[in-house]
Design a protein around this ligand. Sequence first.
Ligand code: NI
Length: 397
Amino acid sequence: MSNKFDDIMRSARALEPELRQIREHFHRHPELSGEEYHTSEEISRRLEAAGCEIMDLGLDTGVVARLPGKPGEPVIALRADIDALPLTERTGLPYESESSGLMHACGHDAHISWGLGAALILASMEDRPPGEIRFLFQPSEEKTSGARVLVDAGALRGVDYVFGGHNKPDLPSGVVGISEGYLMASSGRFSFRVVGKGGHGAIPHLTIDPMPAVGSIISGIQSIVARNVNPLDSAVISVGAIHSGTAGNIIPPDAEIAGTMRSFRPEVGDLIETRLRDLVNGAAATHGCSVEWLALERGVSAVNNHPEATRIARASVSDLLGEEKIVEAVPVMASEDFSVYQERVPGCFLWIGSGHPDRLDGPGWHHPEFAADPDCIPVGAAILASAAVGAMTRTVE
Ligand code: NI
């Protein structure tokens, strides 16, 4: 058993120069969510060259491909997200972005190279287990909309397990965070307008000033997490934008507020939504204002690692890298649409260390100086390949 994993690691090491080049190519040519045209074309070309079959699912961007397997054998999906961000890169790397104002600032360039690396490793594996391996190169993760597109197009048809990972700059390359249960939060967003009546800043009694309402709403919102959510649950509500007013001596007629809400358990999301609506409406009414709700929406569900998929991933990574390279994955309240696959199929999402050991406190995701450590490239590819092999052999056993 374990020699299969040794073969995978050997193969990843042999492919390292090519995988680094692949990563650098995609890093140079970032594309925004939903616009990953060159990226998708290049991924397809390389997958075909590796011997994979591209599945025609009618996608605009993104690629789904497979290494076919025998009927009746397990089908394992490996997911890599491929989109970049609207940010001007300041890494100074020799392979810095060549597209002005666009950057692979979340390390999805590394994820692409992991996915392609896994395809290359598995395609050339002599005693590859007989099941199908499905590669999901997903667009629009940054908008948490691409997974839904792939699922609706049938990308998960017949799939038994799904695995994926995100680079993690505060974990050194070669170390992997794995844990069962919640890893990333469900998301939600809200925006509303507090409507009063404007007028002269020195004659407030003839106005309905929305500002006192805004003040009590903003401080009141935090009481939802502090006083309504069970202290043993996790939740975040952040107000990120307030727009109102034009001058210091004018009482504005209204104010717009927008924010984000995160939680793990769906019941906590429900509670936040209900309390938020009541609290905002109540606080506004107290100050004589009305509320126009512009949005109060739930986004993707939480990334929740399935026990069996997690067991498979842990055992495979342990066989590949050794138990000492596995740490308990620390959950974060950011969101990821990998959860959309997990709603359908047992899946496990891993933290794949991408930090240089000397710079673990360096710039993080979505920062103009962020870049995944190149040493994570072969390891990430080997991890995905191992998860696929592990899932098949362990399911068959
Ligand atoms: Ni990301």
